[in-house]
Design a protein around this ligand. Structure first.
Ligand code: MN
Ligand code: MN
Length: 358
C-alpha cells in the first residue's frame, strides 16, 4: 500500500529540527503531545451522540453556551501537555485565567494558547469542527524563575509565535502545522494511529472566485466591506468582471482548511452591530494561529486595516476583525479600507461606490 511510504509527523518534525543543530527536541515533544491530544479529541467528536459528553453545559467567559465537548477537549489538551516539562503555562478560550502547570510537574519554556474545540455549535449537526493551537516562548523571567504565568505573559503579537496548527475533525482527521518553514498537512492513518504527511507544502492560491462572510450581518458592515461584497455579487456584470461563489460553514477551522486547499477569502470584519466590540473572533486563540498558517502558505491575514500578526494584544480574550485567504483578494480589501470614503473627494472619482450610496 503506497501510503506506507508517506513520512509520519514524527519524521517531519525530526527533519525540521535538523535545521537547528542546537535544538533540544523539547519543542518536537510538545507538538507530538498536542497531536496525541488531537487524536483523543477526534475520537470523542467522532462518537457523536454516543459520547459521554452529553449533558447541557454552562456558559463560557464569552457568554456563549458551552457544549460539554468544549470542556472535555480542554481537559484532554491540558492533561496531555502539562506533565512533560515543556510548558510554562496554558491559555485557553475556555478558561478565564491562564492555567498554571502544577508544582508536581516540571515547568518549561513554552506557552500553549488554544481554542480546544472550534466551531462547537456545529457538533449537533455533524459538521466539521477542530482544535486550534499556538505556541509562544515564555518571557525570559518566567523561564528563569519558574514563576506562575500571568495573562500579560501571553500578550505577544502573532509574529512571535514559534508554531501554530489546527486539527480538523471532518470525514478525515487532519493536522495542519507550521513551525515557521511553510505549512504541512498530515492525515490521520487510523490503521496505525499516526499522522502521515499527505500535503507536504500547502499553498493558498493568490486569486480566487470564492468568498465567505455571514451576510446576515450585512446591514452592520462598514463601507469597505460592503463595497467588496457588492462587487463580488455583481459578478461578470460588475467591476470584477467574473462570477463569485459564496461559502459559509460557521466553523473557522473548516473555512481555513477549505481556503488552504483551494483558495478563497474569509471575512469576519469589525462591524457596527456591537460598536464596542472590535470584531468577533479571538485574536490569540483564533486569528493569530490561523493567520500564521495562512501567511506561511503564501496567503494573507489581516484585520482589514493592518496585518493581523502585527497587532499588539491588549487582553487575553481580545476579539478582532479578521480577513484572510488568497493574497490578492485580501490586499484588495485592505486597499478599500485605506481609500478615502465618499464625501472626502469629488463623487465622480468614486463612481464604483454608487452601490452603497444611501
Ligand atoms: Mn472558535
Ligand atoms: Mn471553542
Amino acid at each position: 500500500m503506497p501510503l506506507c511510504k508517506l513520512p509520519t509527523l514524527t519524521r517531519y518534525l525530526i527533519e525540521q529540527r535538523r535545521r537547528f543543530p542546537d535544538a533540544s527536541g523539547d519543542f518536537n515533544a510538545l507538538i507530538l503531545d498536542l497531536s496525541i491530544a488531537c487524536k483523543a479529541v477526534a475520537r470523542e467528536v467522532a462518537a457523536g451522540a454516543l459520547s459521554d459528553a452529553q449533558e447541557a453545559g454552562s456558559t463560557n467567559v464569552h457568554g456563549e453556551e458551552q457544549k460539554p465537548l468544549d470542556l472535555v477537549s480542554n481537559e484532554m489538551l491540558i492533561r496531555q501537555t502539562e506533565w512533560s516539562g515543556q510548558l510554562a503555562g496554558i491559555a485557553s478560550e475556555e478558561m478565564e485565567e491562564p492555567y498554571q502547570i502544577p508544582g508536581s510537574h516540571q515547568r518549561g519554556k513554552y506557552l500553549l494558547v488554544t481554542d480546544p474545540l472550534d466551531g462547537s455549535s456545529n457538533i449537533d449537526v455533524n459538521v466539521s469542527v477542530g482544535t486550534i493551537f499556538s505556541i509562544l516562548r515564555a518571557p525570559d523571567d518566567v523561564i528563569e524563575s519558574g514563576r506562575d504565568v500571568t495573562a500579560e505573559d501571553f500578550l505577544q503579537p502573532g509574529t512571535s509565535q514559534v508554531a501554530a496548527g489546527y486539527a480538523i475533525y471532518g470525514p478525515a482527521t487532519m493536522l495542519v502545522l507550521t513551525v515557521g518553514n511553510g505549512v504541512v498537512g498530515c492525515t490521520l492513518d487510523d490503521n496505525v494511529g499516526e499522522f502521515k504527511v499527505t500535503h507536504p507544502e500547502m499553498q493558498v492560491p493568490e486569486d480566487t472566485k470564492e468568498f465567505a462572510i455571514n451576510t446576515s450581518n450585512s446591514r452592520f458592515w462598514e463601507p469597505p466591506v460592503k463595497r467588496y461584497v457588492d462587487e463580488c455579487l455583481l459578478g461578470k456584470t460588475g467591476p470584477r468582471g467574473k462570477d463569485f461563489n459564496m461559502r459559509w460553514i460557521a466553523s473557522l477551522v473548516a473555512e481555513a482548511h477549505r481556503i488552504l486547499m483551494r483558495g478563497g477569502v474569509f471575512m469576519y470584519p469589525r462591524d457596527v452591530k456591537h460598536p464596542k466590540m472590535p470584531g468577533r473572533l479571538r485574536l490569540l486563540y483564533e486569528a493569530n494561529p490561523i493567520g500564521l498558517i495562512i501567511e506561511q502558505a503564501g496567503g494573507r491575514a489581516s484585520t482589514g486595516r493592518q496585518p493581523v500578526l502585527g497587532v499588539e494584544p491588549g487582553e487575553l480574550h481580545q476579539r478582532i476583525g479578521f480577513v484572510f485567504g488568497s493574497k490578492n483578494e485580501v490586499e484588495r480589501i485592505e486597499r478599500y479600507h485605506r481609500e478615502p470614503v465618499e464625501g472626502d473627494m469629488p463623487a465622480q472619482l468614486f463612481a464604483e461606490r454608487t452601490l452603497f450610496r444611501a
